[in-house]
Design a protein around this ligand. Sequence first.
Ligand code: G6P
Length: 610
Amino acid sequence: MCGIVGYVGKRSCLPIILEGLRRLEYRGYDSAGITILEDGRLETRKKAGKVADLENIWKSTGGSATIGMGHTRWATHGEPNDRNAHPHHDCSGSIAVVHNGVIENYRALKIKLEKSGHLFSSETDTEVIAHLIEEFYEKTTDLAQAVRLTLRQLDGTYGIVVMSARDPEKLVAARKGSPLVVGYGEGESIVASDASALVEHTRDVTYLLDGQLAVVERATVTVKNLEDVEVEKAVEHITFDLEQIEKSGYEHFMLKEIHEQPETIRNAMRGRLLAADGEVKLGGLQDVMEKLVAAKRIILVGCGTSWHAGLVGEYMLEQIAKVPAEVEYASEFRYRNPLVSKDDVVFLISQSGETADTLAALREAKGKGATVLGIVNVVGSTIARESDGGVYVHAGPEIGVASTKAFTSQLTVLALISLMLARAKGMAKRDIVALAKELDAVPGKVKKILEDAKVVADIAREFKDARHFLYLGRGANFPVALEGALKLKEISYIHAEGYPAAEMKHGPIALIDEHMPVVFVAPKDAIYEKVISNLQEVKARRGRIIAVANDDDMEIQAMAEFVLRVPRTYGFFGPILNVIPLQLLSYYIAVARGTNVDQPRNLAKSVTVE
Ligand code: G6P
């Protein structure tokens, strides 16, 4: 989950690499470093801290270099300090490596290399790559070949870029499990771990596949497999705008992304939901429609917020489409030898499409013959590519580490899938039309909720010093309670728990006193009265109640200290609306506490390690 950017061309490479790193900083941000080639030598400067700190140590130097690479790190092996920051070098200092991923057998390799005289200067797994390349380079004098031979020794995952002072015109990039994309410019080439780092310079790119190695030169890029056979490279054109990945005047990416939701939810439905006809068209599922309709059960797999989307999806699929559904944490699913067969359909839900556990779950299910389908945001990501089919959520780049717009888009896609299956399984057209119209109205309702963001900001200030929070909901709104609690934990560092409201009596009720804020998700649905009983139980113990309630619910006013209003909708689409005030609440509490909202401590946007 670190970021890589490398440049070779005619222009001064430093500003291009620094800007690329800034755009990638959301992927990892505990240290950063750059290597350039200057006067025939590699010059490396690296530092614990942010890209801005790195920029300071390069000030007014390195301007003439036209080849170089940089890295922003999220530590896995070795503490985040200057020494462990990338790039890493061989003994001679003429080979440099940046690496995303984890080398699992690095200890054994390091011992062997040390025995043959190599001197290590960091505690990272990455440094063994540089020393191995050094070994092979001596024998082959061909950088790409030396990298290829090195890769054969490595167990684990990598996206790497290598440069050498002895082969000064090229970068060698290779991938296994960690994404890399190569962009083609005019007389220049850029390689990065994420297209956002290069989109400013070119939109024509090739996503490297696992097991591929690219020799990236100014005017040519050659892609080969590890057997040294050239492979045809698919050139794709990126369509998202740079504007989309910038803050557009908002103080934080997270706030911008929360406010984008009327648009992103609409985008998830665009061209897919024909509300008046009760039709749903999902091109990426067409080829597997028969399997989907015949599936004995659907398993939804994900991590973090994407897992919460799965929990809501379970309600939608069972209640709307009448298909038995189960939800699994990807990290648990992959290790418990799950009983999955070819009659099952497994949906992998992932914003990034790169989460290591979710990808491993995909491979596990696929290996057992199940049909695997992705619900993914990042186009061209590994999960999207390895799936048998799927649906892109089209939320656009999500930069804030705490997921917001991707979640509501995932829910929207799950709603579309449920409607499509319901239709295929014989639900009456007029019922589908009624539900489709409700879904179609959701973006407008989200817009209305966002107009009252200021009310949430006022409430947030009231609770900024709370030490604990409890979030309660029932049915499809239980996952909303979980998601509300997760958002608060992630960015404000306040301890928060989500619970099914009725389960409160079996434990959390012991925590309630006049200091405990309790957030109830309480729309006027079939179980409203039950939730209100739970709310009364909290009130009787003097808990401080914040309720998410419908616009026309006047009753709740007398029971809750604060009410966050949401419009009514069909019950199983309710979570798409009800989560919005909770996203805002956590955002404003974090701002009031002065935490780093977009880059919360210890977290990363995309967890590409186990
Ligand atoms: C990380 C992120 C979360 C995200 C989770 C799953 O923990 O910080 O926001 O929900 O990974 O990521 P995915 O990209 O698979 O949805």
